[in-house]
Design a protein around this ligand. Sequence first.
Ligand SMILES: Nc1ncnc2c1ncn2[C@@H]1O[C@H](COP(=O)(O)OP(=O)(O)OP(=O)(O)O)[C@@H](O)[C@H]1O
Ligand SMILES: [Mg+2]
Length: 481
Amino acid sequence: MDRRIYGIETEFGIAHSAPDARPLTPEEAARKLFTPVVAWGRSSNVFLPNGGRLYLDVGSHPEYATAECATLEDVVAQDKAGELILEDLRQQTQEALAAEGVPGQLYLFKNNVDSQGNSFGSHENYMIARRTEFARLVSILIPFLVTRQIMVGAGKVHPRGPEDFGTVPVGPGDGAPSYSFSQRADHIWEGSSSATTRSRPLINTRDEPHADAEHYRRLHVIVGDSTMSQTTTALRIGATDLVLRMIEAGQILPDRTMVDPVRALREISHDPTGTRPVELADGTRRSALDLQRGFLDAVRSFVDREGAHHDRVPWVLDLWERALDAVARQDTSGIDTEIDWAIKKKLLDGYAARHGLDLSSPRLAQLDLAYHDTAPDRGLFNLLQRRGLAATFVPAERVEEAVGTPPPTRAAIRGRFIEAVVASGHNYTVDWVHLKVNDRTQRTVTCKDPFATRDPEADALVAGLRPAAEERSAHGDAPVI
Ligand SMILES: Nc1ncnc2c1ncn2[C@@H]1O[C@H](COP(=O)(O)OP(=O)(O)OP(=O)(O)O)[C@@H](O)[C@H]1O
Ligand SMILES: [Mg+2]
């Protein structure tokens, strides 16, 4: 498919610290964080005027799902806008706590592991064609997903070497401190399945297309790390899209099925050289670098033959190649403003050298965490970006705009509806496909085409809500989030 819908769902970590008092539990902090959301949308599970979704399930990980995006620029902008939206809530909550006399600091982290070793995700969604044989697509994609972490991992410090989480050990660790490519790799337990929690797979196969099911399917990739860097996010989505495009076109590719993809995922994450061979089903052994170079070469020839389907394709191919070269040469200087694991590594190495520390130091683990802090004045990634030490993919204004403006897809229809219905004060029900006002008429509009930016029925629904919205705003009753 030349045009595709992408969306990223991000779960955030939350923590409250109060050295001289009982800190809020993560559950208490998360509930408090959602107070303004509930006041605005009468629920802790809302769709936003930018078309995205913000919700708090049971537990304590606020989740933001971007609206449907059709370009890399939009998905990066909408993803970063999610950080701004949550950070704004954090600041409001911090002020509310102070006003109530509750001491302490509230933190939000866009990372994938908490201090107890629980993992939370950053899920990617790609619209794919129903006619593509799903089993073939998954079998080609899994070796790509297992190895792409050497370019798009977020990096993680392990003060006592690789930890063991459950059934698939990383290998005989000697306890020496280490740095892995990925945060999430140690927490994946299956290749593909329909479960997301207990037996966490790389790909979730639950079939919920959020579109015309006859023509489309939604591929739900749950193996990825949350990426802070805009350029890393763009490469993560851009390279995966190119591989999908090639698979969908029916390109014949060598079979790279791995004997044990989950074990390979962990071993590759913990091998900074990228050269450790993993066992393939055909009896050969290949390294992550080798496999990634194979995918990159295949994509390049495919693009040479078929043409680029958007104007950032050369950018994606260039950064992909530079990331692989950096691992091969063990020299990150060519990517250390663009790729999260390398940006973070440079920060950690610099700090360790200045203070005579190594990766076993708790201060370095602290820096690792602080890299993912959403606060503009505390978050180390945010500080690096402000100092020009982390590249951007879209201008800051575009991210700010994305906080309240949907991308030009079905999200635009939803965004207009949300604005109008919230302003009108009516009860309503929304999901990715449906818009409904719970009034006497019980009108439901179904939007099955995620590329459509207008829908006459939705327009009529919105027009019908205007009088009530205008009346309420004249009385100053319109809620704000
Ligand atoms: N047709 C589509 N194709 C691909 N992605 C889509 C499509 N429609 C919506 N999306 C994206 O899918 C994501 C859905 O997020 P949501 O959190 O609701 O997912 P979910 O399926 O409930 O997953 P989970 O329950 O695991 O959180 C959003 O990012 C959205 O933009
Ligand atoms: Mg979700």
